[in-house]
Structures are given as C-alpha cells and as structure tokens.
Design a protein around this ligand. Sequence first.
Ligand SMILES: Nc1ncnc2c1ncn2[C@@H]1O[C@H](COP(=O)(O)OP(=O)(O)OP(=O)(O)O)[C@@H](O)[C@H]1O
Ligand SMILES: [Mg+2]
Length: 384
Amino acid sequence: MKNRIGPPVEGEDFVGREKEINHVWKKIEEGNHFILAAPRRVGKSSFGKKILKIANDNTWKVLELNLEGISSEKQFLKEFIYQIKEESWWASVKSNANETLMAIVDSVNSIETGVGKIEFDWSKTENLYKDLKKLLESLDNCLIMMDELTIYLNRLEVESGTKRTEYFLNWLRSFRQKSNTQIRWIFCSSVSIENYTNLNNMSYTLNDVHSLSIGAFDKSTALLLLEKLEENKTFAISDNHKNYVLKKIGWLLPYFIQLYFSKIEYEIIHNRKKITKQTLDDIYTDLLENKTLDTWVERLVDYKANAGWAKKILKINCKTAEGLTKARLIDSLTQQIPDIEEREEVVIKVLNMLLNDGYLIKEKDKYPFRSPFLRDYWFNKFVI
Ligand SMILES: Nc1ncnc2c1ncn2[C@@H]1O[C@H](COP(=O)(O)OP(=O)(O)OP(=O)(O)O)[C@@H](O)[C@H]1O
Ligand SMILES: [Mg+2]
C-alpha cells in the first residue's frame, strides 16, 4: 500500500472499518441517511468514498460533492450541476432536466469552454432548487455525498444570513420527507453539524438523519496498518517498537500512524538512524512541532463569539493528562466572567462544543483531551 498522508484513501489503501461500512451500507439500502461526524483527518471522506464505491458497484447512481472550497450559494449551485453533468449517468437522465436547468448546464459548459456564455438570472435561485430537486427525484437509487456541509453552512451564513442556511437545510430535508424516496444522503462534517444546528435552533432540519461518529482505529487495525505500511520496505519495525509507537499516539487515528511511519522511514533511510525508543521519542517531539495539527486551532474560528472561551478552556485543560472537572473550569474563568450564571452557561456550552468536535472527552467528572498527541501539541504551543 501507499503511505498517503492527508488526502482521502481509496482502494487497497483503505484499511479496516469493515463492521461500520457494512452497517452503514445496510442502513442506506433500507432507506436511511447518514451524517458522518468526526474531527479533521479521522477518515470521514475515505469512509464516505468507500460507501459510494459500494453503491456504484450495486449499480446505484452516485454523486460526490465537496463543499469545502465553496464560498457562495451561486458557486454551490454551479458546482452541484457541474458534478451532475460530469457523472457517467448524466447522459441517461438528461432528458428529465427542464429548460432552466439545461440553461445552467450550458452556462457551466460555456464557463469551461469560454464560448456561447449564457448567464442564468441568479435572482431566481429558488426555482433552480426546485428544478434540481425534480431532476434528482427522477433518478432511481442514488447516493449523494456532501462533504464538509458545516463549513459550507458557515460560509453561506456569512454571505446571506441564517435564513438561507435554514432554507438550504429545509431543501435537503424535503427530499428525505418524501416517502419512497430513491435518494439517500451522506453528509460528512468535520465541524460538528449539531453545534451548528443547536446554536441556530435548526436541529429539526436534520433530526431524521442517523449520525455515525467515525472514530480511531482499534489496536489490531492500527497494527495491521503499520504492517501494511511496512510491506515492500527495506526495513522492519519490531513488534515492541510498533506497540511503543501506538502507545505514544494513544488515540489511534490512521492519519497519525501514517505520519509517524513516514518520519520513521525518513530517519532510517535519510539519516541512517537505528530504531530505538530514543529515536521514536525524538520523532514524537518533532511531530509536535509539525503544522499538521494546526487545523485544530484554526477551526475554532467557527465557534465565533465562543472561540476565545474555547481557547482559554483548552489551554487550562491541557496542563494535566486527566483534565479538569466542570467546576474547576468554571472557577478558572471567574475573573473574565464575574457573573456566575453567565460563566456557567459559557463553560457548559463550550464544553459541549469541544466534546462534539472531538477535542475533549468526558471521563467520570473530568474532561481530558481525547488525544494525548493533541494535548502535548497544545501544551507545547500555548503553555509557556
Ligand atoms: N480507512 C483508512 N485506511 C487507511 N488510512 C486512512 C483511513 N482513513 C483515513 N486514513 C488516513 O487519514 C487521512 C485522512 O483521511 P480522510 O481525508 O478520509 O479524513 P477526513 O476525516 O475526511 O479528513 P478532513 O477532515 O481533513 O477532510 C488519509 O490521508 C489517510 O492517511
Ligand atoms: Mg474529508
């Protein structure tokens, strides 16, 4: 297998998760829809792609839409239509598309080719949503994956306010409300969609969708991944050292394992190091400086007015492996928020968001970091 660090993996590079894959596919066949929720780099997109592949193998029509780079509603609609017309099944359903939709398709085409540009009247977007819906509902079994939905919702909100995000979520809901719908949806989200809908009183728009949190690998899958990475290499890592690496990582994300492995390979091949516990410790220290974890800091901007409180809580909380209790965390903000009720409300809300987004977990009455690797990174970066 290739050591792909970062982009979603497919084919033989995809390891493990068989049980969850089978479960999700079975439920989808039964007519259910899913939110695949997990923090960054846990493996949502790879998981979603695997399900799309299964659907495709079962002769379903499939569509994948990555919303991460989309910054406006217009761009979203264009991208959606563009992706539809790129699919192999488009030719067979084209005749179901009405005039307006075809005009958009032409306009998307003309953007690509630069000739015969026809611009759609974008003030009529609601009609376009209706046309799109009609077209999609004319398909038989179809699985649509929307990746990074919450990122798009946040952008759409900045562009046009929560009225539009609510409209959009209701548009999606309207597909699912139809009995015998042939369309199934998978939404992937690295920023908790629940946080978003709760904050905006829109939970009702997604309450019919199953939520599956994609987690870390268990120990045996993590070992299997290390073994696969080692295949065809000129070196071998002893079982002892493999276990040591997994212990250091703690929360066994395949991404962390691949990152660690690539560093080990580098040290062996380029720096001619021998694998010892010391080398593995040094690699770990190097990884803490690595920019790969910066996304965990950056995406706190989506907490908007609560971002500062989240940072304060994480900074205080990263000082111990076992984390602090809610009461201690509330106490720690006494100076900044003198009013006790306001302080409690802030801490409870932010703790929930941090739990939803996978920064922290709850163990008995304490809130430790979910990943010791992330905690060490946080400490290294923010505690003097
Ligand atoms: N099942 C898997 N088998 C092997 N590697 C995996 C698997 N799932 C994830 N990975 C590793 O994790 C990395 C990130 O995977 P993926 O892009 O699917 O995660 P993601 O949760 O969608 O991330 P992001 O939030 O950044 O979009 C991949 O590049 C790969 O290194
Ligand atoms: Mg992804």
